[in-house]
Write a protein that binds this ligand. Structure first.
Ligand code: FAE
Length: 558
């Protein structure tokens, strides 16, 4: 960590090591409850496969934890580590699986080019956003239903992609670790000190996640031809190119390129998990949290309901599933302090349900508002036939078109890979447009679930910005859009987002540090706090804000 003494660094790496061992042995034994105690008991051969470890509980209350964290994505993982370090006995509840066990192919995760049940959360067929190859249905495949790492949930007008596993979105994302532009950050979060964020919390997170930039020799390889073509064509249109840092270790990628390590980052291991050098949360924050000895992780377990009693204790109803999705156990746990890290839609759903069915009736009417897709839209262009983009491509993007300050077509468009195995002459982009539109999340009593509502006209605003930007490239290079990659027959995807944000906005649903208005000891720590669009890929901002909020909460409330 920044400004840490060598002894602190040693403690952190020792904790990580211990936590990693616990995660690995739990995975091998199929345990859903993971802690240092569970690991040592398992090694001694007498572990109860499912029981939650119960810290000293006051009389009359079963399974009372000082703190519970819901979700193990960025917000949840930061909360777990910082609470554990502060000596607070903490239970982390995660609905997805702990992925540490090799399957019969010798790999933990499957490749994008050869997906199986490990790819998607209980689906019969994969549902990648880019869903055809030159009009032929070659991308998505039939798979067996299994608790795979990535989920795609259809809402009203937009599909939302999410990581469903220990580590949440960190396991499935493209690793792009982008610090937002400071003036934009100050505009969207005026009450958060940007000095603190840019001097302390962003650097802390970059260090924790081993954020690094692609070295020139790696970028010069054939695996980044697509990116160099993307740069060149954008520059012809007068656009500025930004370097995009990543949490994939590019020194390791160099070994892959040199044939000294098996292909992973350059071998299509991204959105269904990465088997090698990506710093997802299950390789840093989460094992370090478990390694404090104060954090227990319960996976394959969903929080379905949250209530509070007259003494202010929170009671949670839980359902644990097996790999077929069948509920094998229902149980309840309680806590003094409750941290919500279930992501933008997950946290909003839990709170909307609690408010609507009367479990937590004093929750704000602002819950569900201010939701945004971070301006996401995906588009494709075809290049001239001499502009090869390469059949083999790195899965980790490292450059973006920075047109954010343009008043007409403001966007940050990452140069995304299309590792098709054959030459496609295609440039693919995930554009983060400065779309000011906001949708909302509503609770549906009949289905007992939350739905994001996003209008076609709202999506159009983002698409118009992106098309304005790429029209200019097409004009400058005398090229056109590429059709045939999306089943809708156009050059852009149907509305979807990788970056759901908002629903429980900071300083609306909570105070300036994520304390939920109307209730004590209830906190939000994830992307639901952020106002719908942060202008860049969001996980660095989510994580740094969680670090800031947790530091304040631990100092003042615990
Ligand atoms: P998140 O990471 O979604 O974690 C929430 C966790 O809560 C999940 O593990 C859920 O399974 C769990 N959960 C939800 N409901 C419950 C419940 N009721 N009970 C128990 N557990 C529950 O939330 N961002 C970037 O900055 N750079 C990228 O390159 C990038 N690429 C992406 C690519 C893909 C394919 C996807 C899907 C996302 C990408 N993102 C990227 C977005 C990023 O991963 C996302 O913003 C963060 O993961 C959100 O962090 P949160 O902590 O809010």
């Amino acid at each position: 960590m920044m400004n840490k003494k060598p002894s602190d660094l040693l403690t952190l790496s020792r904790r990580r090591f211990l936590g990693m061992s616990a995660l690995t042995s739990a995975s091998a034994l199929g345990l859903t409850t993971i802690s240092l105690t569970s690991a040592s008991k398992a090694q001694a051969g007498w572990f109860d496969r499912t029981a939650l470890v119960q810290p000293s509980a006051p009389d009359g209350i079963a399974n009372l934890y000082p703190a519970i964290v819901i979700g193990s994505g960025y917000g949840g993982a930061v909360s777990a580590l910082r609470l554990g370090e502060a000596g607070v006995q903490t239970l982390v509840i995660e609905m997805g699986m702990n992925w540490n066990q090799e399957a019969s192919d010798g790999k933990v995760f499957c490749k994008m080019t050869k997906p199986d049940g490990r790819s998607f959360w209980f689906k019969d067929r994969t549902e990648a956003p880019l869903d055809s190859m030159f009009g032929i249905d070659l991308v998505n495949r039939k798979i067996e239903r299994y608790p795979g790492v990535l989920d795609r949930v259809q809402h009203d007008g937009v599909d939302v992609f999410l990581g469903r596993c220990v580590g949440g979105g960190s396991v499935v994302n493209g690793g792009m670790a982008v610090t937002p532009k400071r003036d934009y950050f100050e505009a969207i979060l005026p009450e958060v000190s940007s000095d603190e964020m840019y001097d302390t919390y962003f650097p802390r997170v970059r260090e924790m996640l081993n954020v690094n930039e692609v070295p020139e020799d790696v970028y010069a390889s054939k695996y980044y031809l697509f990116s160099r073509v993307g740069e060149r064509t954008a520059e012809k249109a007068g656009y500025k190119i930004a370097t995009v840092p990543n949490v994939y270790d590019f020194n390791y990628m160099r070994q892959e390129i040199d044939g000294k390590a098996e292909k992973s980052g350059i071998g299509a291991e991204v959105i269904y998990g990465n088997n090698a050098a990506k710093q997802s949360l299950d390789r840093n924050y989460i094992p370090a949290a478990i390694g404090t000895g104060n954090v227990t992780l319960r996976c394959m377990t969903k929080v379905t309901r949250m209530q509070q009693d007259a003494n202010g204790i929170y009671h949670l109803s839980l359902e644990t599933i097996d790999v077929t999705g069948e509920v094998v156990e229902t149980l309840s746990v309680s806590c003094n302090q409750l941290f919500l890290g279930a992501g933008s839609v997950g946290t909003s759903e839990l709170l909307l349900r609690a408010r609507e069915i009367g479990d937590l009736p004093n929750l704000s009417s602002e819950i569900g508002q201010g939701w945004g897709n971070n301006g996401n839209c995906m588009l494709a262009r075809k290049n001239k036939f001499w502009d090869y983009t390469g059949g083999q491509q790195s899965g980790f993007p490292v450059r973006g078109i920075d047109n954010w300050d343009d008043p007409k077509y403001p966007a940050f468009a990452e140069l995304a890979p299309l590792p098709a195995g054959i030459e496609t002459y295609t440039s693919l982009y995930l554009a983060i447009t400065k779309n000011p539109e906001r949708g909302y999340i509503k609770y549906n009593a009949e289905s007992d679930s939350a739905t994001v509502v996003w209008g076609a006209n709202q999506e159009r605003v983002g698409l118009d910005i992106a098309e304005g930007l790429f029209d200019k490239i097409n004009k400058a290079t005398r090229t056109d859009y590429r059709k045939g990659l999306f089943s809708n027959g156009t050059h852009h995807s149907d509305p979807f987002t990788y970056h759901p944000l908002g629903g429980c906005l900071l300083n609306k649903v909570t105070d300036n540090y994520g304390r939920v208005n109307g209730y004590q000891n209830l906190y939000i720590t994830d992307g639901s706090l952020l106002p719908g669009n942060v202008g860049v890929n969001p996980f660095l901002t989510i994580t740094a804000l969680a670090e800031r909020n947790l530091e304040h909460i631990i100092t003042h409330d615990i």
